[in-house]
Design a protein around this ligand. Structure first.
Ligand code: NI
Length: 185
């Protein structure tokens, strides 16, 4: 089932999300719905707050980045209750977008390596290191469950330039070809 994606300006995107346990109601259906929703919108990642649920869960399918990093061909994963233990390396720039902020793309600086503790959809525990674009997508989605957006990582100058556009998005004044929920519409 395809769910509406919450747009910029909604308070749920600013909230720090909470951990869940394996008894979370209809978790499997929720994860399936999140994959349907992400694929419908041609995204490479989707975090639960983006469908209105303030819980620490995100999904990733980075296979569209296969041309840039062949290893990502099969990078399809569910992350539950993740914790970034450490980020390391020299910050690098990558042009990011977000399904909650359609039509906005900006270069964002982040570190290239991330050590992550998380559970998968079967509540198996992992501690794993990711790098490059895998790390990048994880950091972007992780920000969502911390109540942060990539626009929060831009310079105040860039944020000022984007202000009108972001306000338009929150009102639904934006061209988008997937289902969204706009807070000020
Ligand atoms: Ni996003």
């Amino acid at each position: 089932m395809i769910l509406p994606i919450v747009a910029y300006g909604d308070q749920v995107l600013k909230k720090k999300a909470v951990d869940i346990d394996k008894d979370y109601p209809e978790l499997e259906a929720l994860i399936n719905n999140m994959f349907d929703t992400m694929y419908e919108a041609n995204g490479v990642g989707l975090a639960a707050p983006q469908i209105g649920k303030s819980i620490r869960l995100f999904i990733i399918d980075a296979s569209p980045f296969e041309d840039k990093e062949p290893d990502l061909k099969d990078f399809v994963q569910v992350f539950i209750n993740p914790i970034i233990v450490e980020e390391s390396g020299e910050e690098w720039s990558f042009n990011e977008g977000c399904l909650s902020i359609p039509s906005v793309r900006e270069d964002v600086m982040r570190k290239p390596k991330v050590l992550l503790r998380y559970y998968d959809e079967n509540f198996e525990y992992y501690e794993e290191e990711f790098e490059g674009l895998a790390a990048r997508v994880i950091q972007h989605e992780y920000d969502h469950i911390e109540g942060k957006l990539f626009t929060d990582r831009l310079s105040s100058f860039k944020r000022t330039l984007l202000k009108g556009k972001l306000n338009d998005i929150s009102k639904g004044n934006v061209e988008v070809d997937y289902k969204m929920k706009f807070p000020k519409k």
